[in-house]
Write a protein that binds this ligand. Structure first.
Ligand code: TMO
Length: 315
């Protein structure tokens, strides 16, 4: 009798759960211009599809996306990097319409970086003043007697030129056209162990391919991008490094929870680690898989990681 009652209760619980059914409208997942984000978006898209949802991918600008989420045109963002997107995310939160769906386990850093052989030519590294004293080592025909720093694509808003200006550095900042251009710069320098300094980040595939270090700039302080008084130069913004232990957040349109409750519950549970994210990038940047294939392979190899995220009621 008791067992029968419990079964009835379970059936009732299931009926209640399926009552709040996800909308059949597509969940819109944005795709940007670095590999872990593209693969992770496909991983999560495939999980949500397996849960019975319709999913649509759209390629968007990585800053403007926060406005699109706020307006409900895009449903979520899986990689809110504190260094690159913290400012746009905070601005959208203040306007309303977007919610913070929590942090991944991963700890992130995005900044000026060099492969280890660069230290032979500039032994005072990773200190930024030592880097600046070595600027001529990084000089090219394009930069004259100043050093060349290859920054990320423009839409990542790294403010490299402002930092050079604020700290009085002898460097010329050039924006890479794509993430691939950063890897090409490091790869081309490798044979002759030519010193180079480029924008890089962690977690990423690159750390397993080229041992290296981030340049240590004046430590990030909240407000360094808003208040000139913050940071060593009292008259300038961007006179600090990016956060050395940054967050990686998930964000969603405020209406998602009501419209796609099961998908939202899954999104809340999703959390990737540094090695998992580096592996996602590697499948594209080293193994040269297409993002959908990379995602399918990652899901196949990591069932123990994600299967619990979709089971109803489990947390
Ligand atoms: C936004 N990114 C992770 C490429 O620095």
């Amino acid at each position: 009798m008791k067992a029968k009652f419990l079964m009835t209760a379970a059936a009732a619980a299931l009926a209640t759960a399926s009552f709040a059914e996800d909308s059949s409208d597509p969940i819109v997942i944005p795709i940007h211009n670095w590999s872990s984000q593209i693969v992770m978006s496909n991983v999560v898209g495939q999980i949500l599809e397996a849960q019975g949802n319709n999913v649509e991918f759209v390629t968007t600008d990585s800053q403007a996306v926060y406005e699109s989420i706020r307006l409900g045109d895009v449903t979520m963002e899986l990689e809110v990097w504190e260094g690159a997107f913290g400012a746009s995310f905070r601005a959208a939160l203040e306007k309303g319409g977007i919610v913070d769906v929590g942090d991944h386990d991963a700890v992130t850093r995005e900044d000026w970086w060099y492969p280890m052989w660069t230290k032979d030519a500039c032994p005072g590294l990773p200190d930024w003043e030592a880097l600046n004293a070595c600027a001529s080592v990084f000089a090219t025909a394009e930069t004259g007697d100043k050093g060349r720093y290859l920054d990320g694509p423009v839409d990542w808003l790294k403010h490299g030129a402002e930092r050079v200006e604020a700290l009085g550095m002898d460097f010329v900042v050039i924006n890479a056209g794509s993430a691939a251009a950063l890897w090409a710069e490091i790869g081309a320098a490798e044979a002759d162990k030519k010193p180079v300094v480029v924008f890089n980040w962690t977690p990423n595939f690159a750390e397993a391919v080229w041992p290296g270090e981030f340049v240590e700039f004046p430590a990030w302080e909240d407000g360094c991008d808003k208040d000139p008084a913050v940071g060593p130069n009292p008259d300038a913004l961007y006179d600090c490094g990016n956060p050395a232990t940054g967050y990686l957040k998930k964000a969603a349109w405020e209406g998602m929870e009501e419209k796609w409750p099961d998908a939202y519950a899954t999104l809340q549970k999703i959390s990737f680690t540094n090695p998992q994210i580096a592996e996602m990038a590697k499948k594209v940047d080293v193994d040269e898989l297409e993002p959908e294939e990379a995602a399918a392979e990652w899901l196949e190899e990591n069932k123990d990681v994600w299967e619990g995220w979709t089971s109803m009621g489990a947390s």
